[in-house]
Design a protein around this ligand. Structure first.
Ligand code: ADP
Length: 461
């Protein structure tokens, strides 16, 4: 099949989150299944590209085509700067979507599937069924929209509608109209042939009033065409045995000893007392409400009282920077922080932690918990979205499960999960068994790519 992947960020060129990881890993996995893939993405000022060419070949059958536009993409940020969004994001990504069609014609790649990611590419399914409806070049093309986080929808004032350049009138309730505004993601959901999201559980949750971000009704109308496919993890990138960021790389045979050493390194860097036996709880992630910082702050004194350390890495809302600073100030011997976005530090924290806190309010898929397992930091998670699909409660009797899970979103339930984790930590045999299971867990891209393939096939029938 001829497959096009359209996305606003793709590893290794540009990344702000999990979307980029997925769009970097999926094309080579599809190539392995025998498909020909073209990736289309903007060339940002900050994109990591050496060649000036507009097309880069990254595999025998995978090409990346860049949409170039100095005014729109020659800026410091991908979507905005200094915590704000660019005022012309509608124009920027509308241009990206229109250009994608032109590029495909220029390179004479008449696709079977155009796989669009998030709102930035969600106008493409709309254009395919309007502007390009009768175009023989796109006669066979079907579209898939993948939603990586339903909270980001591309909503703009209705006076901007005309800038979308859609032939025909689609500004109505069965189109892009949304409470008298333009909603680009909504258009994608209605016009795409098929819709996926990044975990089976999240695919159900987005159809509920509670987690549907006001699009649950629109998604329920498409219920038969909505699928959940779990993201995989790139196990070559995330490999503690061969990780140049770690002072003490490790495999399953030396995880205990080297985790202790890595812990001492991080404790020293954070000015915490050097205690190799103290249980360490790590957090790596965006500092925003979604990631559960509020509930962590509600129990952090309780964790510290139980003689454990908590270490944070992240950047985000000022409110959470302040809350973490205050907790570190209250507990200088037990709470440490690197409030920065730094790949090297993130790797060190995963490797130094015994447990990984991920009590997200909602979580489309989540890579943090997968990475944590790979680095022997046992996840403690809220049972939601991709966390519910990937982390299962450890049962020391039957020796099943890979972490600790709480269901009700209360500080009591979260604290109970932390207590359970500490109980296992004190039982050397149980902890060793759990670590062994964690390190062996795999979420492969091969499996995810096969599922995408199955749905592409359904789509073109
Ligand atoms: P999301 O995409 O919602 O931000 P995920 O868990 O899917 O969350 O992916 C987050 C990715 O970003 C992981 O690879 C994580 O290690 C990385 N990351 C998050 N915060 C930081 C940070 N402060 N420094 C380095 N890497 C980070």
């Amino acid at each position: 099949m001829k497959i096009v992947i359209c996305a606003s960020e793709v590893v290794p060129f540009a990344k702000t989150g999990g979307l980029a990881d997925v769009c970097g890993a999926l094309p080579p996995a599809l190539e392995k299944l025998g498909h020909e893939v073209v990736v289309i993405t903007p060339r940002y000022k900050t994109s990591n590209i050496k060649a000036p060419e507009p097309i880069v070949r990254i595999g025998e059958n995978v090409r990346v085509c860049f949409v170039e536009h100095h005014h729109y993409f020659g800026r410091e940020g991908l979507y905005g700067e200094a915590g704000g969004e660019y005022h012309d994001n509608l124009e920027r990504f509308t241009h990206f979507c229109h250009e994608s069609f032109q590029i495909l014609k220029q390179i004479k790649f008449s696709p079977d599937i155009i796989h669009c990611h998030d709102w930035h590419a969600a106008l493409i399914p709309v254009l395919l069924k309007t502007n390009y409806h009768d175009d023989p070049f796109f006669k066979n093309a079907r579209s898939m929209l993948t939603i990586h986080n339903l909270a980001y929808q591309g909503v703009f004032p209705k006076r901007q509608y005309d800038k979308l350049g859609v032939d025909g009138h689609v500004f109505h309730t069965q189109g892009l109209e949304f409470y008298d505004q333009v909603n680009i993601l909504k258009g994608g959901i209605i016009f795409a042939d098929v819709i996926t999201t990044v975990s089976p559980q999240y695919s159900k949750e987005i159809q509920t009033h509670e987690l549907g971000c006001a699009l649950d009704g629109v998604l329920r109308n498409r219920a038969l065409d909505v699928y959940g496919i779990l993201n995989g993890l790139d196990y070559d990138v995330w490999n503690p045995k061969d990780d140049s960021f770690l002072d003490f790389p490790f495999g399953s045979s030396d995880v205990n000893e080297h985790k202790r050493q890595n812990k001492l390194v991080v404790q020293a860097a954070l000015d915490l007392p050097l205690k190799e036996k103290i249980p360490v709880f790590g957090f790596v992630g965006r500092l925003c409400e979604q990631k559960g910082l509020d509930i962590i702050m509600e129990i952090i004194d309780g964790i510290v009282e139980r003689e454990a350390q908590v270490i944070f890495t992240g950047v985000g809302d000022k409110k959470y920077h302040r809350m973490i600073e205050e907790a570190a100030h209250r507990h200088p011997r037990h709470v440490g922080k690197f409030l920065t976005f730094d790949e090297r530090i993130a790797h060190k924290i995963y490797a130094a932690s015994d447990f990984f806190l991920m009590p997200s309010v909602y979580e489309p898929c989540g890579l943090g918990q997968m990475i944590a397992l790979r680095y022997g930091a046992i996840p403690i998670v809220h049972k939601t979205g991709g966390l519910a699909d990937t982390i299962h409660l450890y049962d020391p009797i039957h020796k099943t499960g890979n972490g600790f899970v709480f269901t009700e979103y209360t500080k009591e339930a979260f604290m109970e999960a932390v207590e359970e984790a500490l109980k296992v930590y004190r039982h050397k045999d149980q902890m060793e068994d759990l670590l062994d299971q964690a390190l062996r867990y795999r979420f492969s891209w091969e499996k995810s790519a096969k599922e995408y393939d199955r749905i592409y096939q359904k789509c073109i029938l």
